[in-house]
Design a protein around this ligand. Structure first.
Ligand code: GLN
Ligand code: ZN
Length: 766
């Protein structure tokens, strides 16, 4: 029996990589410095895994920005628009230009599109394919990192995104072909990479093919077969691990079992029933090893070791020890590094948790406990583990009778606005008097170093809460003055008081706990610290009314109240597993509902409830969509339906790909939606050709993930495109998302241009 790991967090337990990248981008450190820091993190991670007792340690799970972008570089699929800068940019500069866009005297290029990695909060850069796409191997990173590990005496396992998933992750940038037709051109590049790895001493290769957790067509399944047949034939000595995660093999199981691979990895956290299916499957070959993903790579609750031991034993009874491996369910990229760094967490709650490092221990201990000579310490470990599991289930911290009662008293009418949209729209127009193509922003303004410093000074007690409030208020008033000056129509207070929005709301609600260093990579150098939703959720204090009314007092223009929606709070937290997610979401929705009522009572006429994570919460398999969408949409409606007709409810979503759920978005019954579209050139609008979306909508006119300043004409162009399918009276003008990750200089320029674009639109339709 072997232990292995599918991937380890690469940001460093102190976010060393984030800081290094940002320093490099700002010109404060050299490329060499950045590379050195990367190497140091890799070495640390390998050591941690080695010391924990992981037999097969992954390499190439490290990335300076994103592992899909790395694969694009490795396979030589760099889009043409970056290749023309080959002479003026170093490879590293070129890499970051693809990731973030670049604008200087020599270069002006947009970033590649970014979207969510399956149902996680991690974002990857979408490969772009042309009809005449070629591929060319650049093995430096993969082989280089393999050799680095080897130098430390570690016989590592390179992790690659499998060819079918790689192509499916991407998009065709031209019509007239399907990206899977590129496979014949792509496979030889993989084969050469595998040969090179083999020549350098690699024994195992982990192929991630997470698309196996989605619905695949028979043709797509055939493509998988072609790939792994080819690898088997061309490099027979290499041992192939096929990793699927985030859901069952499901209907792809037959096809997966036919693949000529040595090890099949199963995510038994997301889909525990599949073990039985596989063990009893007639096609399971006599030699295939099963890697049982038992330790949750997506959540931070301790593993129930006894349950895992029983599962392992069952597999061993049938397959024998040699054919059973144990692992986390997926890469540990999605959990924070180390629970030991948490010294402030309530010890009772801390006892229920495990971060990446502790999860490695769990994996190693599972193996140890199954050996006939399990040490005393391993047995102690099991005992402690079992008492933690028990303690959580009976803890008084978790259950709040007030919440139970409130849930029981929900009426069907609580999910419905008082009047249908057309009546509300009229009431809102009369009240707000906004121009055609109203301009607004999504909520946050730049979180400058000054602002972030204030927060850390407050935390460390260097400044008083009063001073903190005063300075945040000053920033808010400045932002209001400036928004008025450039002529925005609907203002925001800027969210200066919020670190991360989910963290901010979680901190004020009952039922949440917080880590100090529980960072998880979101994209590139962006990390989030997801709250720990461990118990019943209750609003016992004001969440945003104070800041919003303060802001409203400083302007005659409408001030949007900014809230985060129930689905997003759920999705971006680590969530309890002792009740259905739908019920937890309903609890959050009630808390938000009370806040919405309080904002309205305080005179706020427009309230935005952000649901950027609604799409990412979608189950991977279509058959599960309806159930999820039903409870998710209902939770949103529960949160906002208590208001009067003239109160305008906005929602906001980002990370594109909404075309297939547009009906559900309409079912949310929000008066206005602002939505990300610019990086995909308004691809979203395709959905509006056949679907008459009844509400007002602001399709984002510029990409906020990039520091690049958009020109007026670019935005006018996008608006004109939008105006071909959206009635003028329904069209809002806004960026793709909040501006907190941007600097003020670029924000000022970009928003001035945006307001100008709206003006030109108004003139053109006069
Ligand atoms: N109101 C939030 C902001 O502007 C929305 C963030 C998001 O959609 N991710 O930051
Ligand atoms: Zn957004």
């Amino acid at each position: 029996m072997r232990t292995h790991n599918l991937g380890y967090p690469r940001i460093g337990s102190q976010r060393e990589l984030k800081k290094a990248c940002e320093n490099f981008w700002a010109g404060r450190i050299t490329a060499k410095d950045l590379m050195d820091i990367g190497l140091k993190i890799r070495r640390q991670n390998w050591k941690i895994q080695q010391q924990a007792g992981i037999d097969l340690i992954p390499v190439n799970d490290f990335s300076l920005y994103d592992q899909v972008l790395d694969m694009t570089v490795t396979l030589g699929a760099i889009p043409e628009r970056y290749q023309k800068f080959n002479d003026s940019l170093t490879p590293l500069e070129g890499y970051f230009a693809m990731a973030r866009g670049l604008q200087n005297e020599k270069v002006d290029v947009t970033a590649m599109e970014m979207t969510k990695w399956f149902d996680t909060n991690y974002h990857y850069l979408v490969p772009e394919f042309s009809i005449s796409q070629t591929f060319q191997l650049d093995s430096r990173k993969v082989v280089g990192e393999f050799l680095e590990a080897k130098q430390l005496g570690i016989q590592a396992k390179p992790v690659l995104i499998g060819p079918v998933s790689y192509l499916l992750l991407g998009k065709e940038k031209e019509s007239g072909f399907h990206r899977l037709s590129l496979l014949p051109a792509l496979l030889p590049v993989y084969v050469n990479l595998l040969k090179e790895l083999k020549a350098n001493g690699a024994e195992y290769i982990q192929f991630d093919e997470p698309f196996l957790a989605l619905d695949l067509t028979p043709l797509e399944q055939d493509f998988l077969h072609t790939c792994y047949e080819t690898f088997r034939k061309e490099i027979p000595e290499l041992k192939l691990i096929l990793a699927n995660y985030f859901d069952c093999y499901g209907d792809n199981l037959d096809a997966a079992l036919k693949l000529p691979v040595d090890v099949l990895h199963l995510d038994l956290v997301r889909c525990s029933s599949q073990l039985e299916d596989i063990l009893t499957h007639p096609k399971l070959s006599k030699t295939t090893v099963l890697s049982l993903g038992l330790v949750d790579g997506r959540n931070i609750l301790k593993n129930n070791l006894q349950y895992s031991l029983d599962t392992l034993q069952k597999a061993i009874d049938q397959l024998g020890k040699e054919r059973v491996w144990v692992a986390p369910s997926c890469s540990l990229l999605h959990v924070p590094c180390d629970l030991d760094l948490e010294i402030k967490l309530n010890p009772e709650i801390k006892d229920w948790l495990a971060f990446a490092r502790q999860k490695l221990d769990e994996v190693a201990k599972l193996k140890e406990l199954l050996s006939p000579v399990a040490s005393l310490s391993a047995k102690d470990y099991l005992e402690t583990n079992q008492s933690s599991i028990k303690n959580r289930s009976v803890s008084s911290l978790i259950h709040n009778p007030k919440v139970r009662d409130r849930i029981q008293s929900i009426q069907e009418s609580d999910y419905k606005r008082k009047a249908p949209f057309p009546i509300r729209q009229k009431a809102q127009r009369d009240k707000l008097g906004l121009p055609l193509f109203p301009t607004t922003t999504i909520g946050s303004f730049p979180q400058t170093t000054d602002i972030r410093q204030l927060r850390s000074q407050l935390k460390s007690g260097k400044i008083s809460p009063e001073t903190y409030d005063e300075k945040i208020k000053a920033a808010t008033v400045d932002a209001i003055r400036w928004q008025e000056e450039i002529g925005l129509d609907v203002l925001v207070h800027g969210e200066f008081e919020r670190n991360d929005m989910v963290e901010y709301f979680g901190e004020l609600l009952e039922g949440f706990a917080f880590s100090q260093a529980g960072w998880v990579q979101s994209y590139g150098s962006r990390c989030v610290k997801p709250p720990i939703l461990y118990g019943d959720v209750w609003r016992s204090q004001d969440l945003s009314v104070g800041w919003t009314t303060y802001a409203q007092q400083h302007t005659d223009k409408p001030m949007k109240g900014m809230l985060t929606g129930p689905v997003t709070i759920l999705q971006w937290s680590f969530v309890r597993d002792d009740q259905p997610r739908s019920l937890t979401t309903r609890q959050i929705a009630l808390a938000i509902r009370d806040e919405v009522a309080a904002l309205e009572a305080a005179g706020i006429a427009i309230i935005q409830i952000d649901e950027p994570a609604l799409r990412e919460g979608l189950p991977l398999r279509k058959k599960d969509w309806a159930t999820y969408l039903d409870w998710a949409v209902r939770a949103f409606r529960l949160s906002c339906s208590g208001v009067k007709n003239e109160t305008q409810i906005h929602t906001h979503m980002c990370y594109s790909e909404f075309n297939d759920i547009i009906q559900s978005i309409a079912d949310m019954d929000a008066d206005v939606i602002t939505i990300e579209t610019s990086r995909s050139e308004m691809e979203l609008l395709d959905a509006f050709v056949n679907f008459k979306y009844p509400y007002e909508i602001g399709p984002g006119v510029y990409d906020i993930h990039s520091p690049r300043v958009p020109q007026v004409r670019e935005m006018v162009h996008l608006l004109q495109k939008a105006a071909t399918v959206i009635p003028h009276e329904h069209l809002w003008v806004n960026p793709d998302c909040g501006l907190k990750t941007r600097g003020w200089d670029e924000t000022r320029e970009a928003l001035k241009n945006m307001v100008e674009a709206a003006k030109q639109m108004r003139q053109s339709v006069r």
